[in-house]
Write a protein that binds this ligand. Structure first.
Ligand SMILES: Cc1cc2nc3c(=O)[nH]c(=O)nc-3n(C[C@H](O)[C@H](O)[C@H](O)COP(=O)(O)OP(=O)(O)OC[C@H]3O[C@@H](n4cnc5c(N)ncnc54)[C@H](O)[C@@H]3O)c2cc1C
Length: 439
């Protein structure tokens, strides 16, 4: 079959949070943009489902708040932890200035569908689902687009700028020869769902004891639960049997005793390998990496989605105009890295430190039950300060991005009301079908 060739100003590999937000913003600014996503839809095994206040601020700016609020979600206002039965609140988002003072938890597919639905209003936006990018196309020493496969055969997408937003195992990054530096994290996460208990305790991010750390993210009608394990030890844990695994959960989080029996087989548990890494150079002539493709974040504080989105906003702010006027140069692309590297370079060491000290199996062992009087005094002094500082660092991030110029006042003409209704209906149908199929 002969290869099809598509032309655009910007091709984005990957329709995750970073890729979809960048696609939407560039489309609003009048840039011709194609997002190539390898899956046929937005449904994934596991995705970060946290939407932090800085992202909700952006949705306000984009006028998407009403539609966002209509999506089923839960909100967390504080990040509480229970360390050896000592409950404490190190993060309290009510300390944030502004309207948005909580983290929203919603299925990532709903969030991505909202962005896709909004982007579809712009005729200069194309989302190619079921399109897997397999490599780069070059024009002399410059990246000039991507090669991809679809079920209708191969396709080449030529562009002034190629963006790698294809996640931590980025194909585009690998094809470019850019190699991230790994900052070894000694833990992995086992994710599973647990039903909510009859009289649930206050919303709590994690329970730690001298053996385990159990995550209990409250979703609308279940816990998104996890256990941090020593990297590479999942096999050993499985050998110990599911019963022992359930007992280990209960030893760290006794309130889960009535519901752990719902974990019957290892098929209900998903292993996620935690990585923290980053590129020293995020770009090549004609190409830019953003989100996890540029810097994989650990799940600590759940900021990965937000950092990918902030990268997208910075990229759109800096690159929309040179892309629209077809004057884009390596200097423009370099400016995106210069803008976003400092926040990443500040956040990743915080995550690494957290894993080294507390967020690891047995990380709660340092605190006895009950706390010694001097420990209580230290906690009473440190926590009120931590609550404010961490609310800012976690909720808004370092150097939060704002929309301005054409990103706020879109240039591109919208689709007709009839086309829009058809698109919205399609997304809703897809979402409903899939939800019905999800256990
Ligand atoms: C265990 C764990 C838990 C986490 N929990 C959270 C959390 O609670 N909150 C949070 O904010 N973050 C969390 N993260 C991090 C978060 O998932 C990522 O940081 C975030 O999703 C990065 O967004 P992205 O758009 O850069 O990439 P991704 O979300 O990885 O999206 C990449 C997209 O590219 C597509 N793709 C991949 N290869 C190709 C290809 N060759 N061609 C076309 N498309 C391709 C993928 O299908 C995907 O849609 C967690 C991470 C881990 C490991």
């Amino acid at each position: 079959m002969s290869e099809r060739v598509l032309q655009t100003s910007c091709v984005i590999a990957g329709g995750g949070p970073g890729g979809m937000m960048l696609g939407l913003l560039l489309a609003r600014a009048g840039v011709d943009v194609i997002v190539a996503e390898k899956h046929d839809d937005f449904f994934r095994d596991f995705r970060g489902d946290t939407i932090h206040p800085s992202t909700i601020d952006l949705l306000d700016q984009l006028g998407l708040r009403e539609r966002f609020d209509a999506i089923g979600q839960s909100a967390i206002h504080t990040l509480d932890v229970v360390i050896n039965r000592n409950r404490m609140t190190p993060v309290d988002f009510s300390n944030l200035r502004g309207r948005n003072q909580s983290i929203a938890l919603m299925p990532q597919w709903d969030f991505l569908s909202l962005l896709a639905e909004e982007a579809a209003r712009y005729p200069n936006f194309r989302l190619l689902l079921g399109t897997e990018v397999t490599g780069l196309v070059h024009n002399r020493s410059r990246v000039a687009g991507v090669a991809a496969v679809t079920k209708d055969g191969p396709v080449e997408i030529r562009a002034l700028l190629t963006v790698a937003a294809d996640g931590r195992d980025s194909t585009v990054r690998a094809a470019s020869g850019l190699v991230p530096r790994e900052y070894g994290v000694p833990v992995d996460v086992l994710w599973f769902r647990l039903p909510k208990t009859g009289t649930p305790p206050p919303d709590t991010l994690a329970y730690l004891n001298s053996e385990s750390m159990v995550i209990t993210i409250p979703r609308t009608d279940y816990y998104q639960a996890g256990m941090l394990i020593k990297k590479g030890t999942y096999g050993e844990i499985q050998e110990g049997g599911i019963e022992e695994f359930r007992a280990r959960i209960v030893r760290a989080a006794p309130f889960l005793a009535p519901v752990v029996a719902s974990l019957e087989t290892w098929d209900q548990i998903k292993l996620l390998t935690v990585q923290v890494n980053r590129l020293s150079q995020w770009w090549l002539p004609g190409m830019l990496c953003i989100g996890d493709a540029a810097h994989a974040m650990s799940p600590a504080f759940g900021v990965g989605v937000n950092y990918a989105i902030q990268d997208a906003v910075a990229a759109a702010r800096i690159l929309a105009e040179p892309l629209r006027t077809r004057t884009i140069s390596s200097r423009d692309v370099e400016r995106v890295q210069a803008r976003r590297l400092p926040p990443v370079r500040l956040m990743q060491p915080i995550q690494l430190r957290l894993h080294a000290v507390i967020a690891k199996p047995g990380g709660g062992g340092f605190l006895p039950d009950p706390m010694l009087p001097w420990q209580k005094r230290v906690a009473d002094t440190v926590l009120p300060v931590a609550r404010k500082v961490l609310a800012r660092i976690v909720g808004r991030g370092f150097r939060p991005e704002k929309l301005d110029g054409v990103l706020l006042r879109p240039l591109a003409p919208h689709r007709s009301a009839v086309e829009l209704r058809a698109d919205a209906q399609l997304h809703r149908l897809r979402s409903r079908d899939k939800k019905c199929a999800t256990p």
